[in-house]
Structures are given as structure tokens and as C-alpha cells.
Design a protein around this ligand. Structure first.
Ligand code: IMP
Ligand code: MG
Length: 483
């Protein structure tokens, strides 16, 4: 037996033992990508998984590649060793000149000469690609290709068991949730540590609403000197659904200023890239909605400025109802509201419609920081929505995370059509990809109360919509208690 074959068999034995142990899935994958290049005597290895839209390949477990190489930008399955995501083994002896390699110049700078890629499959579909990178010129032999394919099969087994373990988590609404086979790797991408606790909290919130995210997946060069990059910017999060980068500045105001400058520069240099700044105040406000963070316990001084008088609201509601009545002429729609904030708006909207309409309500669970987990439907609508024209009615859409979940839920009931009507649209910090068909008023990023909208169950009964007046400075004792 050749030395190489003996090495393969030793590596596979260690891999299988690790897979059969109780270490975390991410650790298993890390081990596979560390042992595989060792056995093949190459520099590095990466497991790239497709995101749920199959538009990007994402480095999920990596060994032996530089940060810079990893953060070069998203790898497009069509442009990078595309045969590997079509199910074939690909060998690239000369990466610097091969058109099948997407980032040839960077590969050269990284001293990558040859690459071999094999498909990774899960339940019969291709979910990604396993690649090894060599510094020396290599034409990978049949047995080397065989070895890497076997490692890719082991990756598939790890993904499968991870998937199975996840499926054992509390089922969604009594039914087993079908999370599909794609996007599965994303959940394994969870970083082992965040730079700041607020980032971890934010990630938990996104997880709760099942919004896909990546942590610091890409660095953008901002400044060069003699061809060398002297300044980079790495936004904290990336949300694939919105193709949006998100930078959180929950630290000192001085740092916020610096970051704002960086973001301004990034926007100049990369005009096609969407980037959003989430400042401390925005973030606190976001958390306060769920009863967390410093603002949650802040003393309020009742209501502030009235944004919309009852008269204005009524006029707007009639306008919306008129528009809906025209659009749904002869169709008998079903209005579905998400409790509880929507009940005032729903009651008024309903009474102004001139087409017959059914009405029903649903409820969903609220985010609780210490519980984590995922959002659930706690009360389902009773009406059968199959084949019906459904209009989801909301009081206010802010990040859109609630709506995105609710729409995904409603779609599973096969309505003939699905539209969204919201009285208020607070769209400065949208974090989910949602389309609004009927919008009453666009509102600023402030906390609003009245006409059904509450702050800790208060103020729902106000006939108008007003800003909630926050106390200037919550007393220090209280602040401490609320952490
Ligand atoms: P989203 O998931 O961030 O879009 O938040 C939507 C939900 O948060 C709404 O259905 C409201 O229940 C609540 N919400 C958002 N903004 C406000 C507000 O300004 N006042 C009261 N409730 C709000
Ligand atoms: Mg609501």
C-alpha cells in the first residue's frame, strides 16, 4: 500500500470516529477540512455551501486560507468551478489562468496554484462544494479525487445528522417544519464569537424571525497606498434576502462618527452595495419593542406629538378601503389580522369596504431574549384560506420580520392571492424582504402609540396616533436594574 493511500485511510478513520462522537456539527466539519488537505499534502481546504437562494457559495468551514482570501466577496456558483455544483469533480491545475476560477488575481496573490473541487450532496441534491487548494502545481489523480469525494460524502452525513437534530426541536405548530435542504449550511456558519454582545443579541433576534444572516462575511478595501490596501471595512452582518450589509454602532459616539465616515466612503466606492447603519438608539428602540434593553424600562412621559388625528386616520382608512374594494370587485377577499395592534384598523377598514369580506385573526409568539428559539404561530386563523384571496392587514410594519414570517405561513395555506395592507409603514430599518400593496402613512423611525398600538399594553385606546414621549434621562438606579 502506498504511503499516500495509507494516509487516506488514517485520515478517513479519524474523520469517521469524529463524526460518530458527540462533538458539535461545526467542529466535525472543521476537523474534516483540516485533515483532508493534510492527507492530500495541499495547503488548504474549504467547504462551500450554497445559500438558500443558490446564488452564493459561502465558506462554511475552512482551513489554510487567509482572511483576505475568504472575504474577497461572494462566490457565484455559475462563475466558480461551476461543474462542481452540477455534480462533477473539477480539477484546475493552473488557477491563475483558468477561466473557471472567479477570483484569479487573488488566487495568485494567495499563492494558490492548483484547485480540486467535488460536489457535496444532501438527500440527493447538491448543496455545495468541497475544495482543496495547492501551492504547488498538481494534476490530481483518480485516487485523490476519490478521496476528496469520500470526504464530501462524510460532509453530507454531518449535514444530514445536523438537520435531523434540528428537526427534533419543538415542532412548528404541531407539524414538523420543513426547512428544506438548502440554506442548511448557513445555520452552521454561526460564528464562535461575536465582537460585541449586542451583535449576538441581534443575531438571536434574526434567528427568531428566521431571517438568514452571515456575520462579517466580506471586507471592503477603502484605501490604498502603492497598490497595497491600507484600510478595510468589514460590516457586521449581511442579510442575503435583502442583499444588505448592516453595521451596528452600539459603542461610543466617537466611534460612531468614525464608522459613519467609513460607511460614507464605502458608499462612494461601492455604489451598488447596500449598507445600513444601525446606531445605538435605533438598536435600543428595536429591542424595546420586545421589552429589552435600556429603553424598555425608560420612564415615559405619556404621549408626545400627535402625528395623525382621528379624522385623518378615518379619511385614510376610507381611501384604502375604496382602493381595495375596487381591486377586489367580485372576489370576496379574506382579511387576516395579526393580533393585537391591528384590531382598531381592521374594524374600521372592514366597515368601509364595499365588497363582501371575511375576517379572521392570528397571533404569533414574541421574542424573548433568554429563550431564543424561533417564532411560532400561537393562534391560527380558523378560516380555510385555500384558493381564497387573502389580504393580510397590519397596523404597522417596521423591520418587516413579523410580516415576512406571517406571509411565509399564509403562503403554505395556498391562497389564490396574497396581498398586504398596512396602515403605517416605518421603513427606515427594514430587515426582511416584504412587499406592501396598500400603505396608509409612511412614518418616521419613532415609537408610535394609539389607535390599537401599545407601549407595554398602554395607550391602545387613544383615538389618534402619537409619538411616545421618552423620559429625557431614566433615573440611574432603574437603568442599572434593567442592564
Ligand atoms: P416588525 O416585525 O419589526 O415589522 O414589527 C412589527 C410589529 O411590531 C408590529 O406588528 C407592532 O406590533 C410592533 N411595532 C412596531 N413598531 C411599533 C410602534 O411604533 N408602536 C407600537 N408597536 C410597534
Ligand atoms: Mg402587530
Amino acid at each position: 500500500m502506498s504511503r499516500q493511500v495509507a494516509g487516506f485511510s488514517r485520515a478517513l478513520a479519524r474523520m469517521v470516529r469524529a463524526i460518530n462522537s458527540d462533538i458539535a456539527s461545526g467542529e466535525k466539519l472543521n476537523l474534516l477540512v483540516r485533515l483532508a488537505p493534510q492527507a492530500l499534502a495541499v495547503r488548504g481546504c474549504s467547504l462551500l455551501l450554497l445559500d438558500s437562494q443558490k446564488k452564493r457559495l459561502i465558506h462554511t468551514a475552512v482551513h489554510g486560507l487567509s482572511e483576505r482570501y475568504l472575504r474577497k466577496g461572494f462566490i457565484e456558483p455559475e462563475r466558480s468551478l461551476s461543474e462542481a455544483v452540477k455534480g462533477e469533480v473539477v480539477t484546475v491545475p493552473d488557477a491563475a489562468s483558468d477561466p473557471r476560477v472567479q477570483f484569479r488575481e487573488l488566487a495568485k496573490q494567495e499563492h494558490i496554484v492548483s484547485i480540486m473541487g467535488v460536489p457535496v450532496t444532501l438527500r440527493g441534491s447538491i448543496v455545495g462544494s468541497l475544495r482543496v487548494y495547492s501551492r504547488a502545481y498538481r494534476e490530481f489523480t483518480a485516487s485523490e479525487q476519490q478521496f476528496l469525494s469520500t470526504v464530501a460524502d462524510l460532509v453530507g452525513i454531518v449535514l444530514e445528522s445536523d438537520h435531523a437534530a434540528r428537526a427534533e426541536e419543538p415542532p412548528y405548530n404541531g407539524k414538523t417544519q420543513d426547512i428544506g435542504t438548502t440554506g442548511i449550511g448557513i445555520s452552521l456558519l454561526k460564528p464562535t464569537s461575536f465582537a460585541h454582545p449586542s451583535e449576538e443579541e441581534f443575531a438571536k433576534l434574526l434567528d427568531f424571525y428566521q431571517i438568514e444572516w452571515l456575520y462579517e462575511p466580506r471586507s471592503f478595501p477603502l484605501q490604498w497606498e502603492e497598490g497595497r490596501v491600507t484600510e478595510m471595512f468589514t460590516p457586521d452582518f449581511y442579510l442575503p434576502d435583502l442583499d444588505l450589509y448592516l453595521e451596528m454602532t452600539t459603542m461610543k459616539p466617537a466611534l460612531t462618527k468614525e464608522k459613519k465616515q467609513k460607511i460614507r466612503r464605502m458608499r462612494e466606492l461601492y455604489p451598488d452595495i447596500n449598507v445600513m447603519l444601525l446606531a445605538r438608539r435605533d438598536y435600543d428602540r428595536l429591542l424595546a419593542k420586545y421589552g429589552y434593553g435600556p429603553l424598555a424600562g425608560a420612564k415615559t412621559h405619556g404621549v408626545g406629538k400627535v402625528l395623525f388625528s382621528n379624522l385623518r386616520i378615518q379619511r385614510k382608512v376610507r381611501q384604502l378601503a375604496k382602493q381595495i374594494s375596487q381591486d377586489y370587485e367580485g372576489r370576496h377577499p379574506v382579511l387576516i389580522g395579526v393580533l393585537r395592534g391591528v384590531f382598531c384598523f381592521m374594524a374600521d377598514l372592514m366597515r368601509s369596504l364595499t365588497v363582501p369580506a371575511d375576517v379572521d385573526f392570528m397571533s404569533i409568539s414574541y421574542y424573548e431574549a433568554e429563550k431564543g428559539g424561533a417564532v411560532r404561530v400561537t393562534k391560527e386563523p380558523d378560516i380555510n384560506m385555500e384558493g381564497r384571496h387573502v389580504i393580510l392587514v397590519e397596523d404597522i410594519v417596521d423591520t418587516g420580520m413579523t410580516l415576512s414570517f406571517v406571509l411565509a405561513y399564509l403562503r403554505k395555506h395556498n391562497p389564490a392571492s396574497l396581498a398586504v395592507c398596512t396602515l403605517l409603514d416605518k421603513n427606515v430599518h427594514r430587515l426582511a424582504d416584504v412587499r406592501l400593496d396598500y400603505v396608509g402613512f409612511e412614518v418616521p423611525d419613532e415609537f408610535l402609540v394609539g389607535y390599537g398600538l401599545d407601549y407595554a399594553e398602554e395607550y391602545r385606546n387613544l383615538p389618534f396616533i402619537a409619538l411616545l414621549q421618552e423620559a429625557k434621562d431614566p433615573n440611574p438606579e432603574e437603568k442599572k436594574n434593567l442592564g
